[in-house]
Design a binder for this molecule. Structure first.
Ligand SMILES: C[S@@+](CC[C@H](N)C(=O)[O-])C[C@H]1O[C@@H](n2cnc3c(N)ncnc32)[C@H](O)[C@@H]1O
Ligand SMILES: [Zn+2]
Ligand SMILES: [Zn+2]
Ligand SMILES: [Zn+2]
Ligand SMILES: [Zn+2]
Ligand SMILES: [Zn+2]
Ligand SMILES: [Zn+2]
Ligand SMILES: [Zn+2]
Length: 559
């Protein structure tokens, strides 16, 4: 049977020095196997599916010059031909047309005039683009709902209002929106609120609607700005200044919390640096994530508290209330680093103030005298278990086998190990340390690495040395096919990727990727991936990723 493993850890090293894919620096991961061995590798920070980004590099192997070149080429091909400023300028012309003459091509991700329609005959078009849609493009652009990449779920109007009122409670004057386009759109279209905003999001389609001073294409998993130095300067300029700044972030829920937490703290540090502040100064944040991720959120952002407010979405059945939603309402919550008493919640929507806790909670979140708090997490009334000495979900029963409350249909043997010691080491089962620091762990390349795996590695190495192709990068692999049939490259290359005996993989990569980095940063100033698809040759030049996206878009867009 295939070893499913114990899970994958993120290793937070100097991320900016890691090898790069089309989404900026990759992340060093460590996969733990059931036999106690582990393996380190670099993979994409933003895409959890190799179909979306095939970058994979074993940390045990050199990131050779040849492989770096292959990736530089992939990045170059994925880099849009137009800059953000050019895309914005081009769209500006279309915006002057009347609504009936304006169209949006979902395949090319481009605003077009009706006269250009002929070039987009077979494409999915949205006709008659209103002024309101131009002001709030999240109402025009088809959401990219891939749960393993962008996961675009948009706030319902009632939740946008509540989040706006939270910002007002915090007396925000500047709002940095990290993956929160609806909040950004609301702020820039409500001058009476006297707030300014900067949108940081990976969706470059917003570039046609918002200027390079308002929107930056950004990856929140590696704190990478696709617009290079110019974009970073815009961001730094926004951070500096005495007005009260607040961050609103609604990341894809499947994203690694370690990275989100790390990068939020980086933003806080950069905000402090920009304003000569001290560690005592705290940047206020509204961080939006599901309630069942509370342990992970608090582990990475320990100063945060989860509010009881249930965030509703327009386009997610599980994360909304009402007929299609979850019985107990949305599972998504707001985590704050200011006191929860600052965030009033409306009684007419089913919230009340708990005077003892001094915070607003759902009406059916009953205060427990024994726990000294309103303990419900999922919106239901919890019950107190005297044996567990805590409040638990109403449907759970105390299991004499597991010695704790459990769902009624649980299987004792499974849960006893996994759930009882949620913070115990996954390798030895002891509490007090994590698998990363387990004394019983066997490091990568331990003797138990199968003969087959070794043989495969050897073969891959040999292939890299001998010949490396730059084209036909296929999904799911750094195209082994493409590594065949190409001229010798490696030998005359500058000495990047030399073995660094004795150094950690992190240190190795630092030297390995230097050349790649300069190159990539220069190229990544260009904008809007899909603009280039508009020209006649685009179809042939599309990457597999673009093709898949195009297919998905078509399916969704039947107007
Ligand atoms: C769950 S949606 C949040 C949208 C928000 N609810 C709203 O209505 O404004 C996630 C958002 O993060 C963006 N996103 C996804 N992956 C990202 C990444 N790696 N870096 C930055 N933004 C990302 C998506 O484009 C999307 O806007
Ligand atoms: Zn990637
Ligand atoms: Zn088109
Ligand atoms: Zn209470
Ligand atoms: Zn209790
Ligand atoms: Zn119990
Ligand atoms: Zn049990
Ligand atoms: Zn251990």
């Amino acid at each position: 049977m295939k070893d499913q493993g114990l899970g994958v850890d993120v290793i937070i090293n100097d991320i900016q020095s890691n090898p790069r894919c089309t989404h900026g620096p990759t992340i060093l991961f460590e996969r733990f196997q059931n036999d106690g061995t582990s393996k380190r590798y670099y993979a994409c920070s933003a895409c959890r599916d190799r179909k979306d980004c095939p970058f994979y590099h074993s940390a045990d192997q050199k990131f050779t010059q040849a492989k770096a070149e292959v990736w530089q080429d992939v990045i170059k091909k994925a880099t849009p031909t137009l800059t953000h400023a050019e895309v914005y300028k081009r769209a500006k012309v279309i915006k002057t047309l009347s609504p009936s003459e304006r169209m949006y091509c979902c395949d090319c991700s481009q605003l077009i005039g009706s006269k250009q329609q002929g070039h987009h005959k077979t494409h999915a078009l949205k006709t008659s683009v209103s002024d309101e849609q131009l002001k709030k493009p999240s109402t025009l652009l088809p959401p990219k709902e891939s749960s393993r990449f962008e996961a675009q779920y948009l706030f319902a109007a009632n939740s946008t209002d509540i989040l706006m009122s939270m910002l007002e409670q915090l007396q925000a004057r500047k709002v940095l929106c990290l993956g929160a386009p609806r909040i950004f759109e609301t702020i820039v279209n409500s001058p009476a609120k006297k707030m300014s905003a900067l949108l940081l999001d990976i969706d470059d389609r917003y570039g046609a609607f918002f200027s390079p001073e308002q929107f930056l294409c950004y990856n929140m998993f590696n704190h990478y700005f696709f617009g290079g130095e110019m974009a970073q300067n815009t961001y730094k300029k926004f951070l500096s200044g005495k007005e009260k700044m607040v961050v609103v972030s609604d990341p894809p829920f499947g994203g690694r919390m370690e990275l989100l937490g790390h990068n939020l703290l980086t933003v806080q540090n950069e905000w402090r640096d920009a304003n000569k502040l001290t560690k005592a100064d705290q940047l206020s944040v509204l961080f939006i994530f599901p309630y069942f991720m509370e342990p992970q959120v608090l582990e990475n952002l320990p100063k945060f508290t989860m509010l009881d407010y249930q965030v509703d979405y327009d386009n997610h059945p599980l994360y909304s209330s009402g007929m299609k939603g979850m019985i107990n309402g949305s599972a998504v919550r707001v985590f704050v680093n200011d006191h929860p008493s600052l965030f009033p919640l409306p009684d007419e929507k089913g919230y009340r103030h708990c005077d003892i806790c001094n915070r607003w909670v759902r009406t059916n979140n009953v205060h427990c005298e024994k726990c000294k708090g309103c303990m419900s997490k999922d919106g239901r009334t919890y019950k107190h278990c005297d044996e567990c000495n805590k409040c638990v979900k109403p449907s759970w029963m105390h299991c004499s086998n597991c010695l704790k409350c459990q769902p009624q249909d649980h299987r004792c043997s499974e849960m006893a190990h996994g759930a009882k010691k949620i913070f115990a080491c996954h390798i030895c089962g002891e509490e007090g340390h994590k698998r990363m620091d387990c004394p019983k762990r066997k490091r990568s390349l331990a003797p138990s690495v199968s003969h087959l795996k070794k043989k495969k590695q050897k073969l891959e190495k040999k292939m890299e040395k001998e010949s490396v192709g730059k084209e036909n990068i296929k999904e799911n692999s750094v195209s082994k096919k493409s590594m065949k049939n190409k001229s010798k490259k490696g030998k005359d290359m500058p000495a990047i990727g030399k073995p660094n005996a004795g150094k950690s993989p992190e240190a190795k990569t630092k030297t390995d990727t230097k050349t790649g980095i300069t190159n990539v940063t220069k190229q990544s100033k260009k904008f809007s991936t899909k603009q280039k698809n508009a020209n006649a040759n685009a179809k042939n030049k599309m990457t597999p990723m673009e093709k898949t996206k195009k297919k998905n878009n078509k399916k969704k867009m039947k107007n």
